[in-house]
Structure formats: C-alpha cells, structure tokens
Design a protein around this ligand. Structure first.
Ligand code: ATR
Length: 281
C-alpha cells in the first residue's frame, strides 16, 4: 500500500477550494500528502495538487492561475521560491524582507500575496525534535530560497554563530548583507569552506534531491557531535544524512520543516482554522 493510500481521503466536489504546488520537477514533492491529510482531518473542503511548471513558464502559469476563482493560492518549492517573490503583487513579513516566498494567497480580485514559512517551519521542526538552535554554532550550506529563510529563522531563534557556505560565494555575501539590514548585530558571516566545529549543520541546498547529485559537503570532515539537518524531504534520508548517520551524528530529516508549517499554510490559504466553517461532505 502506498503512503498516500493510507491517508484520509478528500472528497472533491464543486465547492472544493484548490491549491497548487508549483515545482520543477514535481516527483520529489511530498507536501500534498501532509496537506491533504491535515485538511481532511480538519474537515476542510480543499485539495493540494502538484503542478510541474518550468522556471521559464512560471510567469505565464501564474497569469492563468489569477483567473481561477476557486483557487485559494499556490505553494511554491524548488526552484521557484525567489522568482515567485518577484511575481507576487505583495509580500508580507519575512518574505518582504528577504524577497523569497513559499506560499501565495490568491485574493478575490486575482492578486497574489506571498509569505515565507520555511524558516519558521524549519525552526519549529527542530524544536519539535528537541533541538533548540539557541546558543548553537551553525553551518548553513546554500544561499537560495529555502536557505535564505532558514538563515533568518535560525538567527531569530538565537543561534550563537551562523556561517553560510555556498557554491556561488557572492550569493552568500549578499544574503549576509541582507540579513544584517534588520539584524545589525547578528553573528552571521559567509565562508569559503566548511572547516570548523559546528553544533548544527544544515543542508539548505538542493543537493540530494537527485540520485546523482554530489554531496553538499565532504562527510569525512563531519564531527560526530554535530547534528546534521536537511531541508530536502525526498528522499527522506539524503546521502548526506546517511553519511552523517554512519559517522555517528544525530540527523534531522527535511520533512520536519514541512510538517511543522502545514497548519500555517492551511490557515493562511483557507482562513482562520479555528473559525473555519467546516464543510460537510
Ligand atoms: P530553493 O528554493 O529550494 O532554495 P534555489 O533557490 O534554486 O532552491 O537554491 C538552490 C541552492 O542549492 C543554492 O544555494 C545553490 O547554489 P548556487 O547559489 O551556487 O546556485 C545550491 N546548489 C544547487 N546545485 C548545486 C550544485 N551542483 N553544487 C553546489 N550547490 C548547488
């Protein structure tokens, strides 16, 4: 029996509110399973479906989605989080500060208002597993959409030192400068190499999604006392996590970042969960 066939079923009817998750490709996307199970458990008449849209077609796809009146909004993932922020009509909260978003609500007049929950989701997921970033020396790999939000949330959660290493060093430097605008005293820096001792290492790159991806860092340099965390949720244990586990490190799977933000996404897209009028089916 597949994972999804064990989950509560959403009965789609003419009143169903639709959310699409935009990704390219979509095969690694697991958010629909969590989102739809939670919506069904809450009695919400809503469904999340994957849409495979290339970066080139994203603006056009979004123009079409503006016209869809029963569309509650879109969730966006690799590689669209930064481009989507540019395409939104408005951004709220940290999405506006960092120009990155992973969700956009469609207003009645067809505008998209973006927010970014990956950072708060990541930190909530960590804390939910008993890993408090406060006081920790953290190495963050990557400076793309997800990494940007994770960096801000780790600093806001009290990380003692955050070091960002990215293939394209300039992007790490830009991210550090961006983070310091609203956090001038933050202990955040970019670096060329991953050398050093880290309480927590976070893979915020997309490396690990594809079977032939190189590792985002050399596992031989891992200290077994470092906790190694992922933002990638498919595969559940990436080659980096497997290598870290083999060296005796505690690992933290990427799925926690998403499961910890499902209620935030539902609440933002479908209205106040507590006050939601549940639809009988
Ligand atoms: P997301 O929205 O999931 O964060 P993204 O914005 O496309 O996706 O960011 C992908 C991240 O993975 C970036 O940090 C990227 O590094 P660059 O800024 O240098 O592009 C990193 N990444 C992707 N492919 C990589 C590779 N082959 N080697 C090293 N880093 C890679």
């Amino acid at each position: 029996m597949s994972e999804s066939s064990k989950l509560p079923v959403t009965l789609i009817d003419g009143r169903t509110r639709v959310v699409v998750i935009l990704a390219y490709p979509t095969h690694h996307v697991r958010t629909p399973a969590f989102f739809n199970a939670r919506a069904a458990a809450l009695g919400l008449n809503a469904v999340l479906v994957p849409w495979q849209v290339s970066p080139e077609q994203l603006p056009e796809a979004l123009e079409g989605l503006r016209q869809v009146e029963n569309l509650a909004g879109v969730i966006v993932t690799v590689p669209h989080k930064q481009r989507m922020a540019q395409l939104c009509d408005a951004l709220e909260g940290i999405a506006a500060d960092l120009e990155v978003c992973n969700v956009a609500r469609r207003t009645a007049d067809g505008r998209f208002v973006g927010r970014m929950y990956d950072g708060v989701g990541f930190v909530a997921g960590l804390c939910g597993q008993g890993i408090d970033p406060a006081g920790k020396r953290v190495l963050l790999l990557g400076a793309g959409g997800a990494a940007t939000a994770v960096a801000a949330a780790l600093l806001d959660a009290g990380a003692r030192q955050l070091t960002i290493v990215n293939r394209t060093r300039d992007k790490a430097d830009v991210l550090v400068a961006q983070l310091k605008v609203s956090r001038p005293d933050a202990a955040v820096t970019s670096a060329e190499s991953t050398a050093g001792y880290w309480d927590l290492i976070v893979n915020g790159t997309s490396l690990g999604l594809k079977p032939d991806d190189p590792l985002p860092m050399d596992p031989a340099t891992l200290d077994p006392h470092s906790i190694v965390a992922e933002v990638i949720m498919q595969p559940a244990e990436t080659p980096l996590l497997l290598a870290a586990k083999a060296r005796g490190s505690r690992i933290h799977r990427g799925e926690h970042m998403v499961t910890a933000q499902i209620d935030l996404l539902l609440d933002y897209l479908l209205g106040n969960l507590a006050g939601q009028e549940h639809t009988s089916r």
